[in-house]
Design a protein around this ligand. Structure first.
Ligand code: RTP
Ligand code: MG
Length: 137
């Protein structure tokens, strides 16, 4: 079942020079293809749309500050079971709970600065892709 997902390499990944390593892990999965890739600094309006489900939670404001603190790498990744697959490569939200071998488990320590975003369902992917790559339907 071929799918599309939105991947963001968060500002900590860019600052620490880990984008190549993370992109490489995604690229090497059989069948997956990066079909759009762009470095950009996100504004508050874009982040309100993207992380709207978290508005009002205690971590929301610091999350938006962090996510707008420097450039991110935004990507569309397409391929077999890629929505579930990139979430599995990333590991759980808390990097300390993430297994070694996963991106968050290998490189992260604190919950907020967990290196990578990947859409959590096909519905989320289509919603988020419209925000980040309008016109790529
Ligand atoms: P993401 O949306 O970024 O792919 O991450 P996720 O699904 O694994 O986690 P989610 O619950 O959607 O949370 C979004 C991002 O907010 C930050 N966060 N901080 N307690 C905290 O301080 C806290 N909880 C979440 C993380 O950057 C998380 O990825
Ligand atoms: Mg999420």
């Amino acid at each position: 079942m071929s799918q599309r997902t939105l991947v963001l390499l968060k500002p900590d990944a860019v600052r620490r020079g880990l984008t190549g390593e993370i992109i490489s892990r995604i690229e090497r999965k059989a069948d997956w293809r990066i079909t759009a890739l762009d470095m950009r600094t996100l504004d508050t309006g874009t982040l309100e749309l993207h992380y709207g489900e978290h508005q009002g939670k205690p971590f929301y404001e610091p999350l938006v500050t962090f996510m707008s603190s420097g450039p991110v790498v935004a990507m569309i990744v397409e391929g077999e079971r890629v929505v579930e697959g990139v979430r599995a490569l990333a590991g759980p939200t808390d990097p300390i709970a993430a297994a070694p071998g996963s991106i968050r488990g290998d490189f992260g320590v604190i919950v907020r600065e967990n290196l990578i975003h990947a859409s959590d369902s096909e519905e989320s992917a289509e919603r988020e892709l419209k925000i980040f790559f309008p016109g790529r339907d």
